[in-house]
Design a protein. Structure first.
Length: 389
C-alpha cells in the first residue's frame, strides 16, 4: 500500500509537470507573438491629379494591441487632406476602435506624417486584422507617374505595456502617366553595411535613350547618412566610365530630410552607355545602426539633350546592417589579402570605371569616403611600410 504522503507527492509532481508544460507552451506562444506577423501597412492605389481620396491603413496583430505610432512618407505632390475645422483627415474604423480610442496626426520636421492612436483605459482594438483607420490624401494638380509611400518607425503597444516594432512597409501609388514612363530607371543597389562604418553604393541608371541630366531624392532611414570628406563635401562621385568631360554632380539635404542629387553638363552631351552605375555614393552608418531598412529613391527627373523630361517610377532598395562583417582595408580585388595585385586592380578601376570584381570599401584605402589616385598612394605606402598612414 502506497503511503498517503507518497500519493500526495505524486499528485503534486503531476500537477507541477502539467503546469511546467503549460507555462512552456505559453512562453513559446508569447515569443511567437513578439516575432510574429504584426503589420501596419497601406495597399497599392491610384489617384488622379487634383483628386482627394480615402485610403485604408491596415493593422494585422496576432495579439492584443491598444496603441499605435507610425510615420508615413509621402512622395512630392501628395498631402494629407485637412477638414473644414483645420484637422488632418485621419479617422479610426468604428468596427475596430473601442469607445475611448482616439487618433491624431501631424507633420514632423523631416516631412513625414506621424500618426498616433491611443486610449485612456488600455483596452485593445477589436479584431486582429483589417482596416484600422482611414486617411484622406490629396494629389496636387501636377501629380503624375508611379511613386512609393512608406510606412516606417511603427511602434505597437499591448495592454500590459509590451512594445512591438514591425518591419517598415511600402505601397505603390499611381497617378496619371508622366510624359514618358517605360524603360527608364534610377535606383540604388541593395546595401550591406557595418554599424559605425561606411559603404560605397552605386546609383544605377537605365536609359533606353540619351540622357544628359539627373535629379533624384534619396530618403535614408534614421542612422544612415551620406558621408562627408575632409573638405566637408558630400561623398558623391560620377562614374568616370559613364560621365563626359563636362558632367558634374552635387548633392544636399532638403527640408523634408531627403538628400537631393543633381548631375548636369554645360554642353548637353549625354552620359555614356545606357545601363550601369552613373555615380557612387558613400553612406555612413551610426554606431547604433542595426537591422534591415528601406531606402527610397523618389521624385526622379531625367532630361535628354533636347530638353525633354522623363519621370521614372520611384524605387526602393534595402540596407542591412551586418554586425561583425569587416572588409579588409586595401583588399581591392576581394581575395582576402593585400598585395601588389590590389594596386593593379585599383589602377584598372580608376582608368576604366568598371567596378566588376572590385571591393569599393576595400579600395577606399585612405578612408576618406572617395576613391581616387590618393588611394593608390596610400596602398603603395602600406605595402612598403606595413602600416596605414
Amino acid at each position: 500500500m502506497i503511503p498517503k504522503c507518497a500519493l500526495a507527492f505524486l499528485f503534486f509532481d503531476n500537477i507541477m509537470r502539467r503546469l511546467f508544460i503549460l507555462l512552456s507552451v505559453l512562453s513559446l506562444s508569447l515569443l511567437s507573438m513578439e516575432a510574429g506577423d504584426y503589420r501596419l501597412y497601406l495597399e497599392d492605389f491610384s489617384i488622379d491629379a487634383g483628386e482627394t481620396k480615402d485610403i485604408s491603413l491596415y493593422l494585422d496583430n496576432v495579439g492584443d494591441i491598444t496603441g499605435i505610432q507610425a510615420d508615413i512618407v509621402l512622395p512630392e505632390g501628395l498631402t494629407i487632406a485637412v477638414d473644414d475645422e483645420g484637422y488632418y483627415c485621419v479617422t479610426l474604423n468604428s468596427s475596430r476602435k473601442t469607445r475611448n480610442h482616439t487618433i491624431d496626426g501631424n507633420y514632423q520636421a523631416d516631412g513625414t506624417f506621424r500618426i498616433i492612436s491611443y486610449t485612456s483605459d488600455s483596452k485593445a482594438f477589436k479584431l486582429n486584422t483589417g482596416e484600422i483607420a482611414t486617411i484622406t490624401i490629396t494629389a496636387s494638380s501636377e501629380f503624375k507617374g508611379t511613386h512609393t509611400i512608406e510606412v516606417r518607425h511603427v511602434e505597437l503597444a499591448a495592454p500590459d505595456g509590451t512594445q512591438f516594432f514591425p518591419d517598415d512597409e511600402s505601397c505603390i501609388v499611381t497617378g496619371p502617366a508622366g510624359e514618358v514612363t517605360g524603360g527608364y530607371r534610377v535606383y540604388l543597389e541593395n546595401i550591406e553595411i557595418t554599424a559605425g562604418q561606411t559603404a560605397i553604393v552605386g546609383l544605377i541608371m537605365e536609359n533606353p535613350d540619351e540622357i544628359t541630366g539627373i535629379q533624384t531624392d534619396l530618403y535614408l532611414p534614421d542612422g544612415l547618412s551620406v558621408a562627408i570628406d575632409d573638405e566637408d563635401y558630400y561623398c558623391i562621385e560620377l562614374n568616370p566610365e559613364r560621365k563626359t568631360r563636362n558632367h558634374t554632380i552635387d548633392g544636399n539635404y532638403q527640408e523634408d530630410g531627403s538628400f537631393r542629387i543633381i548631375s548636369y553638363t554645360s554642353d548637353s552631351k549625354p552620359f555614356n552607355y545606357n545601363n550601369g552605375a552613373v555615380a557612387f555614393i558613400t553612406l555612413k552608418a551610426d554606431d547604433n545602426f542595426e537591422g534591415t531598412h528601406l531606402i527610397q529613391i523618389m521624385n526622379t527627373e531625367l532630361a535628354n539633350p533636347s530638353g525633354t523630361q522623363f519621370w521614372p517610377t520611384d524605387e526602393t532598395s534595402t540596407v542591412t546592417c551586418t554586425a561583425g562583417v569587416h572588409t579588409l582595408r586595401g583588399d581591392v580585388n576581394g581575395d582576402g589579402s593585400v598585395n601588389i595585385s590590389d594596386v593593379t586592380a585599383l589602377i584598372d578601376y580608376l582608368l576604366s570605371g568598371n567596378a566588376n570584381g572590385i571591393s569599393l570599401v576595400g579600395a577606399d584605402c585612405n578612408t576618406d569616403g572617395s576613391i581616387n589616385i590618393s588611394d593608390v598612394t596610400a596602398l603603395i605606402d602600406y605595402l612598403l611600410s606595413g602600416s596605414w598612414p
